[in-house]
Design a protein around this ligand. Structure first.
Ligand SMILES: Cc1cc2nc3c(=O)[nH]c(=O)nc-3n(C[C@H](O)[C@H](O)[C@H](O)COP(=O)(O)OP(=O)(O)OC[C@H]3O[C@@H](n4cnc5c(N)ncnc54)[C@H](O)[C@@H]3O)c2cc1C
Length: 458
């Protein structure tokens, strides 16, 4: 293994990672950035440098604007190691990764983890059928392969990304059969409390309202406040079933795109044994850090959506703050300039976070779409463990997600519990009548990405 030493090693080339690398380079630090994707951009700006004008027009100006950040990153002089799947980050500040099937290592003085978010699982009957995908995954296909559905689609669930994808499909001429929205009037009421703060972040609020207006103008059937979603079909999705205004509905469709928000990708922070807390507003685990994102007793920082969902702009600001914190340690002579820079970034961050409580309240996913009532619904897709089996484990005395591994291999597949972890925590908490915080999470250990023995030996 080769071992080199850099001042700051960044994992993740999304807004948080890119902005931190640019900031750290501007402060004179040596930086290496690793990402498993072939190009910089992360989720929101995936493939932006190679996207055609046509695809940029479909994805919208917020997407195209990402090239300012990717360009600043390429000019920054940071080393970009693309296609690097990081499988271990140690408290000894060594990072192990696979590059073209070869195992490598890098040593750093400080590490920033900016591994982003993933779509929240949507465990309802039929969600594992072919023809059912996450809306985020469908959007990845546009960004990475310009791929658009050639058949009419139904979009279902809640959250800004669902509406964004719908408006991108409209721009691309994709036929949308219906949007089945799970946001209820109770959600609207709960969100109203946070409206005054959200109004101070009005540009983002305005964008959301414009998107909704555009979709309504298209005459797309919208079923607001729907519940009890289920996908029907034998070998493939054939229809979506739901309740709207107390009446049962069924819409035939062989392509259903589900989405109910994104949640932090916390595999690294759990593997590092960082403390985590259950966030009741975002209904997920978030790692505990100081105001710069630093994990206690370590030189490891977290920034962006992996530290709690904040959105692209706030992710970039958090990345900058972490870089400033590292620069203050390694370049104390620049202290005054860095302090001034920190003030400016903090004030931007404050502005960018104003809309978050409103969005969290408005797009809170329904309990029945997080903890399936039906015993037959698969929760752990890798090991095909159902909701009924997990409830049974609880009855037999299973206390937390970690024990479900012994009961039935739950969470032991290739994704290492990434996809089922939240559902398992919430189902066990519900069955035991305790809080998710009491139930806890899987004990995550490296390798957090699948590595073969041959690769390890190499
Ligand atoms: C599928 C999806 C699509 C989204 N689309 C949009 C959108 O169009 N508009 C919008 O406003 N928001 C979108 N979001 C939300 C958006 O991702 C975030 O708000 C923002 O991009 C977060 O930035 P980040 O830098 O924290 O992480 P991200 O942009 O998610 O970047 C994280 C990076 O870390 C890399 N990474 C993770 N784990 C590893 C590993 N083990 N080894 C190597 N690399 C790793 C990933 O490849 C990724 O490039 C999307 C989210 C998802 C999940």
């Amino acid at each position: 293994m080769d071992a080199e030493m850099v001042d700051l090693l960044v994992v993740g080339a999304g807004p948080a990672g890119l902005a931190s690398a640019v900031e750290a380079r501007a402060a004179g630090l040596s930086v290496a950035l690793l990402d498993e994707q072939a190009a910089a951009g992360g989720q929101i700006y995936r493939n932006v440098d190679a996207a055609s004008a046509k695809i940029c027009a479909v994805l919208g100006e917020d997407y195209a604007a990402g090239s300012a950040l990717t360009r600043a990153f390429s000019r920054s002089g940071a080393q970009h190691i693309a296609g690097a799947a990081v499988w271990n980050v140690g408290r000894d500040l060594q990072v192990n990764y696979l590059l073209q099937g070869v195992n490598r290592a890098l040593q750093a003085r400080h590490i920033l983890l900016a591994s982003g978010a993933m779509e929240r699982p949507f465990p309802i009957p039929g969600w594992t059928l072919p023809g059912v995908m996450g809306a985020g995954a469908a959007q990845i296909l546009i960004k990475s392969a310009s791929a658009l559905p050639d058949e009419p689609v139904v979009l279902a669930g809640c959250g800004p990304l669902l509406l964004l994808l719908a408006s991108q499909y409209v721009a691309a001429g994709v036929q949308i059969k219906a949007i089945v929205q799970t946001t209820t009037s109770a959600d609207h009421l709960r969100a109203t409390r946070h409206l005054p703060a959200a109004l101070r972040g009005w540009p983002d609020l305005g964008k959301g309202l414009r998107m909704l207006r555009l979709l309504r103008k298209q005459g797309i059937p919208m079923f607001a406040g729907s519940s009890d979603l289920a996908i029907e079909g034998k070998e493939h999705a054939e229809s979506i079933r739901f309740t709207h205004k107390g009446k049962p509905h069924r819409i035939a469709s062989s392509l259903v795109l589900l989405h109910q928000g994104v949640v932090p990708n916390t595999q690294f922070s759990w593997a590092l044994r960082a403390p985590h807390r259950w966030d009741e507003a975002q209904l997920c685990w978030v790692p505990e850090t100081d105001a710069y994102g630093q994990i206690e007793d370590s030189s490891i920082y977290l920034a962006g959506d992996c530290r709690g969902i904040v959105g692209a702009k706030a992710s970039a600001s958090q990345g900058r703050l972490a870089a400033i914190a590292v620069a203050r340690k390694l370049r104390p002579a620049s202290g005054a300039a860095l302090q001034e820079r920190e003030r400016a970034v903090r004030s931007e961050l404050q502005q960018q976070l104003r809309i978050r409580p409103f969005l969290d309240a408005l797009y809170r996913p329904a309990a029945s779409h997080r903890m399936p009532k039906e015993d037959s619904v698969i929760v752990c897709r890798c090991e095909e463990v159902t909701a009924g089996q997990i409830r049974k484990y609880a009855e037999l005395g299973c206390q937390g997600p970690n024990q479900t591994k012994a009961f039935g291999r739950c969470g032991m597949g290739p994704c290492q519990g990434r996809l089922c972890g939240l559902t398992v925590t919430e189902l066990l908490a519900q069955s035991r009548g305790v809080s998710p915080a009491e139930v806890g999470y899987y004990r995550i250990r490296p390798p957090i990405k699948p590595v073969t023995l041959g690769e390890l030996a190499g």
